[in-house]
Design a binder for this molecule. Structure first.
Ligand code: A3P
Length: 310
């Protein structure tokens, strides 16, 4: 990935399209490819750089994940647990996402705030580390994450849309030539950043474990957040936040949020399939083996392993 860091006055647009003309145009922010639409240069409190200076509240919780790893799911669980009632938020999680609403938007949010992000730790408010703000990190096996990301981009309008096929997208995903860069780089960077911040309270969740035992996951989250939630309430939260129920709630009661109106007409949206192992419906054995080879080579010293089926 390009290492340049354009000043906010002169964001350079990198054309990352492949030889067939499929792919993305990105800007680089702090070494990470980002969608140009997010690279605002003013006002200062609405730039990516403004995020570093956000004043955090002691009870802020931050959900951190690479795109397509289950942020919507965990965000709703955390909101419901903290609200203490089985009620979906009318707002979408993007209304509390750092790189969408920046400092100005976050400053205007009342507590308790369930903030969320796809950014690296070094790009988040300095106070995350200084004040030891609780973070929940979600990880998902890369083949399902890639297939999920492909489906999102295929159903998205330009400039974030993707016109190529899954083979092309997978190459782009594995090389990180797209917005939010490479998933393996993301995981390695977070690991290194957390190693440098001992004592940072982080709950690490895997999408596959959440699918396997959602009630346990909800209980783990409640315990991590110091909430006195009963077993029965945790079961009710897990049930209300099942894939089917959340998809229904999304259709019926979520308010529109202009910034994320990027779906093509008739697109399925964020709640597509919600399964572990859907990648098997998309990759041949040879493609899967090639994916594993590239992924495992990059991640071999990370200590992070995934389940690819349940
Ligand atoms: P699929 O495209 O594989 O279906 P994110 O929220 O980070 O954008 O992740 C989106 C992925 O999480 C999508 O995966 C989506 O279906 C899945 N997802 C959303 N809510 C879910 C839930 N309640 N249970 C299981 N998976 C869920």
């Amino acid at each position: 990935m390009a290492a340049d860091h354009p000043s906010v006055e002169t964001p350079i647009i990198h054309n990352l399209r492949n030889s067939k003309g499929h792919g993305f145009e990105c800007v680089v922010f702090d070494g990470l490819y980002m969608p140009p639409a997010l690279m605002k240069t003013e006002p200062p409190e609405e730039t990516l750089e403004s995020i570093r200076d956000i004043e955090l509240h002691d009870d802020d919780v931050i959900i951190c994940a690479f795109p397509k790893c289950g942020t919507h799911w965990v965000w709703e669980v955390v909101e419901m647990l903290r609200g203490g009632v089985i009620e979906y938020r009318k707002q979408v999680k993007e209304t509390q996402e750092f790189e969408i609403i920046f400092k100005k938007g976050i400053d205007a949010l009342p507590s308790p705030r369930t903030l969320n992000t796809h950014l690296y730790l070094r790009m988040l408010p300095k106070q995350v580390v200084e004040k030891k703000i609780k973070c929940i990190q979600i990880m998902r096996n890369p083949k399902d994450a890639c297939v999920s990301f492909f489906n999102q981009c295929r159903d998205t309008l330009a400039p974030a849309g993707f016109e190529g096929d899954l083979a092309e997208f997978t190459e782009i995903f594995l090389s990180g030539q797209m917005f939010f860069g490479s998933y393996s780089d993301y995981l390695l960077a977070w690991k290194a950043e957390l190693d440098r911040s001992p004592g940072q309270p982080v709950l690490k969740l895997f999408y596959e474990d959440m699918k396997h035992d959602p009630v346990k996951t909800v209980k783990d989250i409640a315990r991590f957040l110091g909430l006195a939630a009963t077993d029965q309430f945790c079961e009710e939260v897990a049930n209300a936040c099942s894939f089917k129920k959340m998809r229904q709630a999304d259709k019926e009661l979520k308010e529109e949020f202009d910034i994320i109106k990027f779906w093509k007409e008739g697109a399925i949206g964020y709640y597509r399939k919600g399964e572990v192992g859907d990648w098997k419906n998309w990759y041949t054995v040879a493609e899967s083996e090639n994916f594993d080879r590239i992924w495992n080579e990059k991640m071999k010293d990370s200590g992070i392993t995934f389940k690819y089926s349940l």
